[in-house]
Design a protein around this ligand. Structure first.
Ligand SMILES: [Ca+2]
Ligand SMILES: [Ca+2]
Length: 184
């Protein structure tokens, strides 16, 4: 089996100087103002299912990859931030969306399926959110999500890098179940 090489952190710590084949932007929480995630977040670049590079965000939530070989990459963020931000309001919003699909969209809709069953999030998801809110359960999707672990969702982008690319792409993340985005 061919061993895949992982490029060890090609991120820039500043944007000084001239670089090509760049992807840069900010990791933001998916709320109304797009709060920048200033720490505890990593951006990954993958080719297919193989991670090619990763980069920690720096102050202000900024990330940057430079001098990337041309090709197609998948871009997303992960976070080690502690899960929070889900309460009975979020559960209520999941029920509203079940009765009137379309009230939750995008990452908020993805994050509503806290038990990972797929399909339209429903009362079972809402009940799990309420139970976790009051401390009856420690996670949504065991054993994939350890207690206190990184249960979050990230936007995922398919990016094509060319020899002259200088791409800007913000990446939004959301804690599982925080369908009103009020954790930040
Ligand atoms: Ca579900
Ligand atoms: Ca919330």
């Amino acid at each position: 089996m061919k061993k895949a090489g992982i490029l060890i952190v090609v991120c820039l710590l500043s944007v000084s100087g001239f670089s090509q084949n760049m992807i840069s932007g900010f990791v933001r929480y998916d709320n109304a103002v797009g709060t920048a995630m200033a720490d505890s977040c990593t951006v990954t670049l993958s080719i297919g299912y193989v991670q090619y590079a990763q980069c920690q965000v720096i102050a202000g939530g900024f990330y940057s990859f430079a001098n990337l070989p041309p090709g197609n990459y998948q871009l997303k963020a992960i976070t080690g931030k502690k899960w929070h931000g889900v309460d009975i309001i979020d559960a209520y919003l999941v029920l509203l969306n079940f009765l009137n699909p379309g009230t939750l969209t995008g990452l908020w809709l993805q994050a509503a399926d806290v038990n990972g069953t797929g399909g339209t999030p429903n009362a079972v998801d809402a009940l799990a959110m309420a139970r976790r809110w009051v401390g009856q359960i420690n996670n949504f999707f065991p054993p994939n999500v350890p207690s206190g672990g990184p249960d979050f969702y990230s936007e995922v982008f398919n990016i094509t890098v060319t020899p002259t690319s200088n791409l800007s792409q913000d990446i939004h993340i959301l804690f599982a179940g925080d369908v009103d985005g009020d954790a930040y």
